[in-house]
Write a protein that binds this ligand. Structure first.
Ligand SMILES: C[S@@+](CC[C@H](N)C(=O)[O-])C[C@H]1O[C@@H](n2cnc3c(N)ncnc32)[C@H](O)[C@@H]1O
Length: 213
């Protein structure tokens, strides 16, 4: 939810379930049937939107909002935890950056989660315009713009454009490639080699990937 929504109190833990329109742009970029972990699952709204394209093998949240979602602080998850689930990716709409906090909690979550698996996060588009993004850009191979969605699903769009950001702590790129939500190259093409390397060798080594502009 927008940092510019200053006149409104933010919900506890930034609990804003993802509307369908926020999830759809990601679908064509996901490997069909990819097993994933939803670490900030809330009431499971995003999981429902991705069903049919991606397979949620485990869902967790600090404050689970539905049956089948387990209680876990995503920052405490370990590689062994994720290995045990069979997840190949992490996909979530996490809490958005708190104003004046240097990108917290997103920067910490992006670094921690993307060291465990390639991680898609639905975030404000202007995250990339902040100084703290300089440290994330080398591990962000692509961004898929979403635009302004109606978080309340009442037809009134939010104040921020949103985008899906892919983070992968094993890659080093010059900067993210912006991909279309409707056509053209997909993240499966841009990041496929790195994803195959994750699958093939669950070992902690830095993987250097070149991304054509
Ligand atoms: C914006 S809501 C999104 C819910 C869900 N991902 C969706 O897309 O519908 C963010 C969620 O992150 C959870 N959360 C915040 N910090 C967390 C943490 N450190 N670990 C796990 N969940 C967290 C909140 O409880 C909240 O449910």
């Amino acid at each position: 939810m927008s940092k510019r929504a200053g006149q409104f109190a933010r919900r506890a833990r930034d609990f804003y379930p993802t509307p369908r329109a926020g999830a759809l742009p990601l679908l064509r970029h996901l490997p069909r049937g990819v097993p994933y972990w939803e670490p900030c699952a809330g009431d499971g709204a995003l999981i429902a939107h991705l069903a049919g394209r991606a397979d949620c093998v485990v869902a967790t949240d600090l404050a689970p909002g539905a049956e089948g979602i387990h209680r876990l602080d995503a920052m405490r998850a370990t590689a062994a935890d994720v290995d045990a689930t069979g997840a190949e990716m992490i996909i979530t709409n996490p809490p958005w950056p708190a104003p004046g906090q240097g990108g917290a909690p997103v920067v910490g979550l992006a670094r921690h989660l993307s060291a465990l698996r390639p991680t898609w996060m639905l975030l404000p588009w202007d995250l990339a315009a902040n100084g703290y993004f300089d440290g994330l850009a080398p591990i962000c191979p692509c961004i898929v713009p979403v635009g302004r969605v109606s978080w309340m699903e009442n037809g009134t769009p939010g104040k921020d454009n949103a985008a899906w950001f892919l983070f992968d702590a094993r890659v080093r790129v010059a900067g993210p490639v912006v991909l279309s939500r409707t056509g053209g190259r997909t993240a499966r093409a841009v990041h496929g080699r790195a994803l195959r390397a994750w699958r093939a060798a669950r070992v902690g080594r830095t993987y250097t990937m070149e991304v054509a502009a």
